[in-house]
Design a binder for this molecule. Structure first.
Ligand code: ATP
Length: 285
């Protein structure tokens, strides 16, 4: 099959990566993730299920997103390294983050102390700001969740897998976020309601992640992700900010605005607190 010549993407020769010596580190909506060695360096190899990659139009869309990712460089964005030249499977390589995801950290440690939570929030915000400031079009993550935030050895967080979620939306020829139920938990109301959306949807997810870091885990754990998203979209349900563990500046300022029902009232992730506004570049597909 080979890579589409019209989609420039850095190709890595399969012989440089020993997939036989790989170690399974996780599984997501698209396929398995392996720890492999590429030219002596540990990297993450993400395999894309053939049910997704065998559909030519979907594969093309995937490669287009990867080509965009390849151009990005930021300390809080997981570095894309290339696509494996593999005749039967679509596999791409990113840097390996050995400390796992923010989801794992929260599960292990529970509630984070304020200093750590703020440092983590800034890491995510910086990465997201870089994506949102991208020219000529803002890059909307669409699936910002604790599972898509990884930690490096130095303790810094990096955002990964942006833009890819819309490919599974396309697959259904409709409008579904990734198959993983986790995504519903962080989904902005306008996405759930299938309205057009902008980068504010990421602000909404960001606020929920910040809330979780102070609280130690997701709220409404007894309900399914879909139930949570439904209530947020149609009953204006929001996580409670009244808890004593939640620092006042965040309780009063950031979160209520970031979780506003009306996207245009949401506060941007940026420090200067300008309103995010409607963003035409992110209209729904
Ligand atoms: N670059 C990486 N370095 C280290 N571990 C990783 C890396 N990428 C993914 N992982 C691990 O593999 C798991 C699965 O990743 P993947 O991105 O495929 O799925 P997910 O984010 O959990 O779910 P979804 O695909 O639905 O968003 C992650 O939760 C993480 O623990």
């Amino acid at each position: 099959m080979g890579l589409d010549s019209q989609t420039p993407c850095y190709e890595i020769d399969s012989s440089e990566v020993d997939m036989e010596e790989s170690k399974l580190i996780g599984e997501g909506a698209y396929g398995e993730v392996y720890l492999v060695k590429w030219r002596g360096t540990e990297v993450a190899a993400k395999t894309i299920r053939s049910s997704i990659s065998s559909i030519e139009i979907v594969k093309k869309a995937f490669l287009k997103e990867l080509a965009l990712w390849q151009k990005l460089r930021h300390p809080n964005i997981v570095q894309f390294l290339g696509v494996l030249k593999n005749p039967d499977r679509l596999i791409f390589i990113t840097e390996y983050l050995r400390n796992g995801s923010l989801y794992d950290i929260l599960r292990k440690k529970g509630r984070l102390d304020q200093q750590t939570a703020v440092a983590y929030a800034l890491d995510i915000a910086r990465g997201m700001n870089y994506l949102h400031q991208h020219k000529p079009h803002a890059i909307i993550h669409r699936d910002l969740t604790p599972r898509n935030v990884l930690q490096d050895e130095a303790g810094h967080l990096k955002v990964t897998d942006f833009g890819l979620s819309k490919i599974s939306q396309k697959r259904d020829n409709g409008y579904k976020m990734t198959g993983g139920t986790g995504s519903y938990r962080y989904m902005a109301p306008e996405v759930y309601r299938r309205e057009s959306y902008g980068k504010s949807i990421d602000v909404f997810s960001f606020a929920l992640i910040v809330h979780e870091m102070f609280q130690g885990g997701p709220s409404n754990n007894a309900e399914t992700g879909e139930q949570v998203a439904d209530k947020r979209a149609y009953e204006d349900s929001r996580p409670s900010l009244s808890s004593y563990i939640y620092p006042d500046p965040i309780k009063m300022q950031a979160s209520p605005r970031m979780l506003a029902q009306e996207p245009r009232l949401q506060t941007d992730i940026r420090r200067n607190n300008r309103t995010a506004g409607d963003d035409p570049t992110g209209s729904a597909i």
